[in-house]
Design a protein around this ligand. Structure first.
Ligand code: 4AD
Ligand code: MG
Length: 469
């Protein structure tokens, strides 16, 4: 038999398939449900190309292959040849009247974990190898793809170059938190120095190395040559955080721009976030509708809130005054100098302003060494973008471009100069004002999907005590 060309379910349900009506088509995919009677079976087949399944109708009397028919249960993988016809049922325009079905792989109904519907997200996390086959995770991973694509498109269309920064790093200059050690030393029998410390000069790279917490410092090197660059890669933080907004391995987008001050930086962050959300509203309608229906009734309204509003910009100091005057009983009390918690950030966004907020000019003590010092000597030119439900989604700053000031900050914060000499050199040779920020990809995914836990927006979450898949 001549192999029919396979159609994706997307092509049949979403594109104009009228020219195929009455013709023989082939689809391949996984059985979502099977219902029907002695005479007729209705099989919903999903191939992941779209949230919807296509209905396959089997006339049982006319269908010869009983063995195959018996094995068509939820989770089985099949290839279907049949005639594309207009559907009499509700909910779909076309369906397939099967003429031949080939079984690639059965899924024993007694054992297949997704046999029944309605599993909790917690349970699905324990079967991360199978959860992509649910409608929920299909929708999430398609949105994840679309969002990644939109990020590259935005930067490409705006003259930014994608710079690949290293994952293994010899410096912990960011100071963003504990790092994961990378070593090939024998853990049971490491070499020691005369002083009795582990001798990393004998390690693979001849020094201590870790997984990166951020591509920023290397990104700056790129910006001070190519003007506008961005990174988009995995970053790693070994903090023991068990919150619904932290991962040990997460993806970060970090644009870095020469000749941008903090205002240019804020403008870019705002237009970037709006572009991405608009892109999803335009391109992921079916998946967003599904997530809205199942998980978060306010989802699209919240997405429109971002696109339709100007982000409110104010300083950290102004924000502290508002929080202190709010009469709100926060779990973590606020006063000038404290790092803001998500309860504070969310208060500002959700209660005070009702729109996204950008806070600037944070106390120098709570921010990284590379941020540009303001003339007041107390604050730095930092900016955090705060979103409803999430709190901080973007963190960035104008960078200190003055060699002496940067050098002073490095000393003051006890950073080893020999780790960052290359970074300092950019301020010695042809320094320039520049700025950048980091967008947590999964934080944005949380926001756009309406999911409550960050472990549900990445295929294989890495978190403390959790690297099973
Ligand atoms: O605020 P952070 O630590 O900033 C940086 O790393 C800078 N180097 C960025 C830059 O200026 N180029 O992290 C940036 C963003 C946060 O705003 C948050 O969205 C996300 O990364 N993020 C995390 N997301 C998931 N899990 C974690 N553990 C995260 N830590 C930070
Ligand atoms: Mg931050």
């Amino acid at each position: 038999m001549r192999e029919l060309q396979r159609h994706r379910v997307y092509d049949l349900l979403k594109k104009d398939s009228s020219h195929l009506l009455g013709k023989e088509v082939n689809i391949k995919g996984w059985v979502r449900t099977r219902r029907g009677s002695k005479h007729v079976a209705f099989i919903a087949v999903n191939d992941g190309s779209i949230i919807h399944s296509i209905q396959v109708v089997v006339d049982i009397q006319a269908f010869k292959d009983e063995e195959v028919l018996r094995n068509i249960t939820t989770g089985a993988c099949i290839s279907v040849n049949g005639t594309l016809v207009e559907s009499k049922g509700k909910g779909q325009a076309v369906e397939i009247k099967a003429t031949k079905i080939f079984l690639y792989g059965a899924a024993d109904p007694e054992k297949y974990p997704l046999q029944k519907k309605g599993h909790t997200l917690e349970f699905l996390r324990e079967i991360a190898h199978l959860r992509p086959r649910t409608n929920t995770f299909g929708a999430i991973f398609r949105i994840r793809h679309a969002l990644s694509f939109a990020i590259h498109k935005f930067f490409n269309d705006n003259g930014f170059f994608y710079l690949h920064t290293p994952i293994i790093t010899g410096s912990d200059a960011e100071g963003a938190g504990a790092m994961f050690r990378v070593t090939t030393l024998d853990m049971k029998n490491p070499p020691f120095t005369k002083e009795g410390e582990v001798d990393f000069s004998k390690d693979f790279f001849g020094k201590e190395t870790n997984l990166t917490v951020s591509g920023q410092l290397e990104g700056e090197l790129g910006a001070l040559a190519l003007s506008n660059i961005y990174t988009f890669g995995p970053t790693f933080r070994a903090e023991n955080s068990h919150t619904s907004r932290h991962l040990s391995e997460f993806w970060m987008i970090e644009p870095e721009m020469a000749f941008y001050d903090i205002h240019d930086n804020m403008d870019l962050a705002e237009s970037f976030l709006k572009y991405l959300i608009r892109y999803l509203l335009d391109h992921c309608t079916d998946d967003l509708e599904f997530l809205q229906k199942m998980y978060d009734k306010g989802l699209t309204e919240r997405l429109h809130m971002i696109v339709d509003n100007e982000f409110k910009r104010l300083t950290y100091t102004q924000a502290i005054e508002i929080l202190e005057g709010s009469g709100q009983a926060f779990e973590f009390p606020v006063s000038w100098g404290v790092d803001l918690q998500s309860e504070h950030e969310r208060y500002l966004v959700e209660k005070e302003f009702g729109c996204p907020v950008i806070l600037t000019d944070y106390p120098r003590q709570i921010k990284a060494f590379y941020m540009k010092l303001n003339d007041d000597g107390n604050t730095v030119r930092a900016m955090d973008v705060l979103f409803p439900k999430i709190g901080e989604i973007v963190g960035g700053s104008q960078r200190e471009e003055n060699y002496e000031k940067l050098h002073g900050r490095i000393r003051e914060m006890g950073i080893h100069e020999e780790e960052v000499w290359w970074y300092l050199e950019t301020r010695k040779f042809g320094t320039a004002p520049h700025s950048g920020f980091g967008l947590g990809f999964e934080r944005l995914m949380l926001f756009v999907t309406g999911m409550g836990n960050i472990r549900d927006v990445i295929p294989f979450p890495r978190a403390p005590q959790n690297a099973d898949f």
